[in-house]
Design a protein around this ligand. Structure first.
Ligand SMILES: NC(=O)c1ccc[n+]([C@@H]2O[C@H](COP(=O)([O-])OP(=O)(O)OC[C@H]3O[C@@H](n4cnc5c(N)ncnc54)[C@H](OP(=O)(O)O)[C@@H]3O)[C@@H](O)[C@H]2O)c1
Length: 308
């Protein structure tokens, strides 16, 4: 049996949308250890160091984050501690034990003024506290850890957790009309697809380390950097909601759900500003790992199946 099987994979944020899917997706690759927030608190330097030193994982997958985008505007210090500082500390500890780190970041590192989908090399300019904290986290991790891979994603959703689709579906059953923003362009990303991608990436790097005479950490360092990883295709929040209603009506033509009223971002003021263009060009992911993220229409279909 290859030696990497049953080696330890530390997953943070296992109660979250992506973390919970990662725990399932990574199980075939190793011994997944998923500490609770009480066991590993990303707002505490000491807690992070103690946990990683005790566990000595082969891989660290950091899916924990401060994700309350609007709330971050009034809690910048906490958002910064969890999203900006913690990745740097994780990186230092990982570097000391030669463990590669997989980390997630966001389309909100961009200001959305590009006319085309964003490349990994495009200049960043976050519009809000959350985006700025995530961008600082990318840089802290890259500086502290040479074996880090950062996956920027967008509009994460799934059958569990707090996300746009679940909130929308609940309200669509309760109300006659729903006003939904129609001028922010991006791609919904299924949490399970993202978790499958990470399993694929870890398996590929393990395979490279097993077939080439290099240690795992060198195989990971070879692929270090930032990758865009969002659902294939593009839409708007209103387009996503409309497609969800269309797919539901296809299953049950008698279903009675809210009518969508498309509105502009300006008509829906929020504490945190959001980019109008959140589209991420994922061709580097395809070139490097030969992985195409699922078309959002298809993933939506599967999520609605799960919710039925
Ligand atoms: N959601 C999106 O639309 C989106 C878009 C782009 C990028 N991302 C990125 O994708 C990654 C995963 O996001 P997600 O949607 O899965 O997030 P999520 O569902 O909000 O889950 C966040 C996780 O982080 C944990 N956490 C928060 N503060 C913590 C702390 N101080 N110590 C330890 N754990 C803590 C939470 O634990 P509790 O259950 O204890 O709160 C939860 O398990 C994050 O890096 C996020 O920035 C998300």
């Amino acid at each position: 049996m290859p030696s990497h099987l049953f080696s330890r994979i530390l997953v943070t944020g296992a109660s979250g949308q992506v973390g919970s899917q990662l725990v399932r997706a990574l199980e075939p690759l190793g011994d997944v250890v998923a500490p609770t927030r009480a066991e590993l608190d990303l707002s505490s330097d000491a807690s992070i160091r103690r946990c990683i030193r005790a566990l000595q994982p082969r891989w660290i997958v950091n899916a924990a984050a401060y994700t309350a985008v609007d709330q971050a505007e009034s809690e910048p210090a906490l958002a910064h501690a969890i999203n900006a500082e913690a990745p740097g500390i994780i990186g230092e500890e990982a570097e000391a034990i030669d463990a590669p780190v997989i980390h997630f970041s966001t389309d909100y590192v961009f200001d959305g003024t590009n006319a085309t989908p964003y490349l990994e090399t495009d200049p960043t300019a976050p519009l809000n506290v959350y985006g700025a904290s995530k961008l600082a986290g990318e840089s802290a991790l890259r500086q502290s850890c040479r074996g880090s891979l950062i996956f920027r994603t967008s509009w994460v959703y799934g059958a569990t957790g707090k996300n746009f689709l679940r909130t929308f579906l609940k309200l669509a059953h309760e109300r006659d009309q729903l006003r939904i923003v129609a001028d922010q362009h991006g791609a919904p990303t299924w949490s399970r697809d993202l978790a499958s991608l990470i399993a694929h990436v870890i398996a590929q790097i393990e395979h490279e380390a097993a077939t080439e005479p290099v240690r795992l950490i060198y195989a990971a360092r070879y692929h270090r950097g930032i990758y865009h990883a969002a659902g294939s295709g593009e839409t708007t929040w209103a387009g996503f909601a409309t497609e969800a209603l269309r797919q539901l009506a296809e299953r049950d033509p008698s279903i009675n759900l809210a009518t969508i009223i498309p509105i502009t971002t300006a008509e829906y003021p929020t504490p945190a500003a959001r980019p109008l263009n959140s589209r991420l060009d994922c061709s580097k992911l395809d070139r490097t790992f030969n992985y195409n993220m699922m078309d959002w229409h298809n993933s939506l279909h599967q999520v609605l199946d799960e919710l039925a």
